[in-house]
Ligand binder design. Sequence first.
Ligand SMILES: [Zn+2]
Length: 239
Amino acid sequence: MSLQPSDNMIQGKGYIAEIIRTSRRKTASIKVNEGKVSIIVPESLSTEQIESLLTKKHRWIKEKLSLNEETVLIKAKEFVSGESFAYLGRNYRLKVIEGLYPAIKLHQGRFVASVRDKTVNNAPSIKQMLIRWHKQHAESKLIEKTARYAKIISVCPSSAGIKSYQSRWGSCSHTADIHYNWKVIMAPNRIVDYVVVHELCHILHHDHSPAFWQTVERYFPDYLECKEWLKLNGKRLDI
Ligand SMILES: [Zn+2]
């Protein structure tokens, strides 16, 4: 690592970090936002100390940076024939056909969308139909899985349903009402099961304490892999 001429930039391994010095801080913190790395440090911290902090956090920084790259690479959908949409971890191609009524179904390994007139822009309505289809299937699958795992874990949820969340996969209230992010239905079965087990275990532990994770592990030994999968692929699960 070496200092940039400006003195507030530092060259890391494969990235450049901005150094923000402040008298209001006693400890340093590193941020990775939209592909940019910044390190906020107390004014007195030496360049060597900053370098060693970045070295220590190297893996974490690279991981954050690569997540950002993947997000940028996710192309905006156009909702035209040939595009793929996921359901339970499998990708199904979309086929747009003309029909009397707007409708969507999963038929012989394809999402078939019927539109009244193929020559106009149908993207907004096909998107709506796909979302509605996924929400319906998410709801029934997740309710079914919740009932199945509730028996195994010996818990009794008050209700189970779906919601639209920005950045979470589920929630469990103190009254044991469970909601899942419908988008999780695009993930592979095993991942969906993990989210169900995770929320059900919150009926026993309303936090992410070691006791909570021990319970999750008891019923779902490979939960760490699923957690990691969601961290890496979660942003792709969208329509
Ligand atoms: Zn949780």
